[in-house]
Design a protein around this ligand. Structure first.
Ligand code: ZN
Length: 269
């Protein structure tokens, strides 16, 4: 008997098991249950704010871990961030399979979110942007270090994800599968931001509002550092002590900025 014959004729019991497991593989994940409207409102506001602040354009996405189940996350269907509403929010498992897809279009790069949630239990929100001012720092040798009081969290370091060497045979730029998402999560390591060469960044936080603040501040710091480099001469960066102090202050006074940004971003409602 050839090996191929064995493979094509499994015993009846094994055949049943194979059928059951392939059915299980195709079944969508089970929902972790309804989410508080205030949490969904924050998620929607986060998308709108990042669009309003010039961090997100027609693409890019914001997610939060499901409040009741760390193995699920919530993210908009594929939709321009400025147009996201509560009705667009979908639930995914950490393999980035939608719980209830219906006929909705989903983001090809959702694996950024699922794979970071898998390896960073401390992270409760993930943002992927094409934040324009950060791009030069992913394609040059100049490190993105804090030059402004809003960028204290950057003092821990900002790694660069090189997709070309992430997975053998890789030719595209998008993080469109779990292997690439995992490679990006490894590049992020324990940091708050990872730059994606020629593409954008991924920003994480212990909660949604903090992740939004970091995404805005990363863009602001990149813009200001670029200006400083153009003026020329040595750059006087924030010291580690200054960075820590300003990060604590930024966190403590942030509700003021959040309310302002949210009001501006939601004014078309
Ligand atoms: Zn992208």
């Amino acid at each position: 008997m050839q090996a191929s014959d064995v493979m094509s004729s499994p015993p009846p019991g094994l055949a049943l098991l194979t059928t059951q497991s392939s059915l299980r593989a195709q079944a969508p994940p089970i929902s972790a249950g309804p989410v508080d409207a205030a949490a969904i409102e924050d998620l929607v506001a986060g998308s709108r704010i990042l669009a309003d602040q010039g961090v997100l354009d027609a693409s890019g996405h914001v997610s939060m871990r499901h409040p009741q189940n760390p193995n699920r996350y919530l993210m908009s269907r594929a939709q321009a961030p400025a147009l996201v509403t509560a009705e667009d929010i979908m639930e995914f498992d950490l393999d980035s399979n939608p719980v209830d897809r219906r006929d909705r279009e989903i983001f090809a790069e959702r694996f950024i979110h699922g794979e970071i949630y898998k390896v960073r239990p401390d992270v409760r929100a993930v943002i992927h942007t094409h934040s324009p001012a950060v791009i030069p720092f992913g394609v040059t040798q100049v490190p993105l270090k804090p030059v402004h009081q809003s960028g204290g969290f950057l003092v821990a370091g900002v790694p660069i994800f090189e997709i070309r060497s992430a997975v053998p045979g890789q030719t595209g730029m998008l993080v469109r599968n779990a292997a690439l998402g995992n490679a990006l999560a490894e590049a992020l390591a324990d940091k708050a931001v990872v730059l994606m060469r020629g593409h954008g960044n991924a920003v994480v936080g212990p909660d949604l509002r903090t992740a939004v603040r970091r995404a805005v501040s990363t863009e602001v710091n990149a813009r200001l550092l670029t200006i400083a480099l153009q003026i020329g001469g040595p750059i006087n960066y924030l010291s580690a002590e200054e960075a820590a102090a300003m990060e604590a202050l930024a966190a403590a006074t942030y509700s003021r900025a959040w309310e302002l940004w949210k009001k501006k971003a939601m004014r078309s409602e």
